[in-house]
Ligand binder design. Structure first.
Ligand SMILES: [Zn+2]
Length: 146
């Protein structure tokens, strides 16, 4: 985790713009650890203290696997959570990654992420315009209800 703390300090030293610090949590039994073993709890606390304006989770093993990290991040920071999961793990077909979650399947996980504390939602690997349109529609629908 020292790399992201150094990067955050460097960026904060040259701009007053809000800075999102995001890591991938796709290791460990709950998929809530980084590849190097940092927990989402540790990341949230360290990035919050270091001055990140929003703290995120990106990519990983897919939107279905993103929830434990979101819960752990929210439990350790009041900063906005920027959650940008991949669509899922791809299969390789003729040497190209092919993702199988449809926009509706991807969007099916959005309410749980919002309930867990996600404030900014998007998509990483495998997410196309239709996935993002589905997420935006779900967020807009939730806003109208509240
Ligand atoms: Zn990705």
């Amino acid at each position: 985790m020292p790399e992201i703390l150094l990067a955050l300090a460097a960026v904060k030293s040259v701009t007053n713009l809000p800075v999102v610090a995001s890591m991938s949590f796709d290791s460990g039994p709950q998929r809530a650890r980084t590849l190097m073993g940092a927990t989402a709890e540790q990341a949230a606390a360290a990035l919050d203290e270091a001055g990140a304006d929003a703290i995120g989770s990106n990519c990983g093993a897919g939107i279905a696997a993103a929830l434990p990290a979101v819960v752990a991040l929210r439990a350790n920071t009041k900063k906005p959570l920027w959650i940008k999961p991949s669509v899922g793990l791809p299969d390789l077909e003729e040497g190209r990654p092919v993702y199988h979650h449809t926009p509706d399947e991807f969007g099916g996980f959005v309410p749980a992420l919002i309930d867990a504390g996600a404030n900014i939602l998007g998509g990483c690997c495998g997410a196309g315009p239709e996935h993002i349109r589905r997420v935006a529609a779900l967020v807009a629908s939730r806003r109208r209800k509240h």
